[in-house]
Write a protein that binds this ligand. Structure first.
Ligand SMILES: [Zn+2]
Length: 81
C-alpha cells in the first residue's frame, strides 16, 4: 500500500515516503488517514474515504463512510476543474 503524506498547512499530498517536511512551506507532513481522521485506531485500518485532489496536490473534496462508495460527489467536485 502506498503511504501518502499530507501537509496540514497547504494541504498538498506527497507520495515520496522519504519526505518528512512539505517542500512548499516546511510544515511537518502527516499521514493522510490520520490527518483527515479516517484512521480506525481499534482495527488499525483506514476507513473508506474518497479524496478529490487537483494536479497541484490540493484536496478539494472528501467523501467519508458509506457515501464514499457512490462516486457522484467526487464527479461533481471534479467538474469544477
Ligand atoms: Zn505545505
Amino acid at each position: 500500500m502506498e503511504i501518502k503524506r499530507l501537509c496540514p498547512t497547504c494541504k498538498r499530498v506527497y507520495t515520496d515516503e522519504t519526505l518528512i517536511y512539505c517542500l512548499a512551506d516546511g510544515s511537518l507532513l502527516e499521514e493522510v488517514v490520520k490527518a483527515y481522521d479516517v484512521f480506525d485506531e481499534e482495527r488499525f485500518v483506514g476507513s473508506r474515504a474518497t479524496f478529490v485532489i487537483d494536479k497541484d496536490g490540493i484536496i478539494h473534496h472528501v467523501e467519508q463512510g458509506a457515501s464514499a462508495i457512490d462516486p457522484t460527489g467526487a464527479y461533481q467536485a471534479c467538474s469544477a476543474f
